[in-house]
Write a protein that binds this ligand. Structure first.
Ligand code: SAM
Length: 261
């Protein structure tokens, strides 16, 4: 039962030494609000609470919630909600808290959905510092023209400055995951892109056949002639590929194609 539960909820618990190091990387001070996603048995929570931050934890598993209440229920700076983070009313939380930090050793099966959901509201936070699978962190933090650069890199870097902080091997968890992990820092960009609705679907479509030139990489999602005209208008080389465009260039390209600007 426990094993099934751990797999279902992506539960890999951190050892104390690593948890202390990661909690130390979160630049939150006494009295500041922190939102922790997936606290598990409280490996990070404990060190953050000891620092005096005002911590709200969101945990899907009621067994973990019982453990956390047992450990920290008496502390005034600890608050917990037993809910799937993807159903958590993030906007309400952000309305009620002044620029919180967001953190967590994220469950790997939903980490991309959590990060993607957070990005358009990142400017209402001080940022995110937390852990995902190493491969996901590398995709998120990749620069144009590098091998990991893709639609996730564009989505995140439209809103955030990104940085990988630590690589963490499976030996630091119980049970050991099959993959390496990494922590990353995502801070709100002062010049975040004003991305219109539909922009990220466009970016995802551009990477559908990423080995091909941009004129061909969209498949049938957009009119090829329009794409070729836009490439010409913007003076891009005819051989340009999706992986060469920065988020700003993607937005410029989108405006020409979809909005006719
Ligand atoms: N923070 C703990 C640690 O580092 O030891 C646990 C991290 S574990 C990788 C992920 C945690 O997220 C688990 O406690 C799991 O129950 C919780 N979780 C999984 N899916 C979730 C979801 N959709 N919403 C909130 N919590 C979730």
């Amino acid at each position: 039962m426990d094993r099934a539960r751990r797999r279902k909820f992506g539960q890999n618990f951190l050892d104390v030494e690593t948890a202390v190091a990661i909690a130390g990387d979160l630049p939150a001070n006494e009295g500041e609000a922190v939102l922790e996603i997936g606290p598990g048995h409280g490996a990070l929570t404990e060190h953050l609470l000891n620092r005096g931050v005002d911590l709200t934890a969101v945990e899907i598993d009621e067994q973990c919630v019982a453990v956390l209440n047992e450990k920290f229920g008496e502390r005034k700076n600890f608050h917990i909600t037993n809910i799937d983070f993807l159903k958590f009313d993030l906007q309400k939380f952000l309305d009620e808290h002044d620029k919180p930090w967001v953190t967590g050793n994220l469950p790997y099966n939903v980490s991309t959905a959590i990060i993607a959901g957070l990005m358009p509201r990142l400017h209402l936070t001080k940022g995110f510092m937390g852990m995902v699978q190493l491969e996901v962190a590398e995709r998120i933090c990749a620069s144009p023209c590098s091998k990991n650069y893709g639609s996730l890199s564009v989505l995140v870097s439209a809103f955030a400055d990104t940085q990988i902080l630590r690589k963490i091997g499976p030996e630091h968890f119980t049970p050991k995951p099959n993959v390496d992990s990494a922590t990353m820092l995502l801070t709100p960009r002062a010049d975040a892109l004003q991305a219109p609705e539909g922009f990220f679907d466009f970016v995802r479509a551009a990477f559908t056949q990423k080995r091909k030139t941009l004129a061909n990489s969209f498949g049938s999602a957009y009119d090829k002639k329009k794409i070729q005209e836009a490439i010409e208008l913007l003076d891009y080389p005819t051989t340009v590929r999706a992986e060469e465009l920065s988020p700003e260039q993607f937005l410029e390209f989108y405006r020409v194609i979809v909005q006719g600007e």
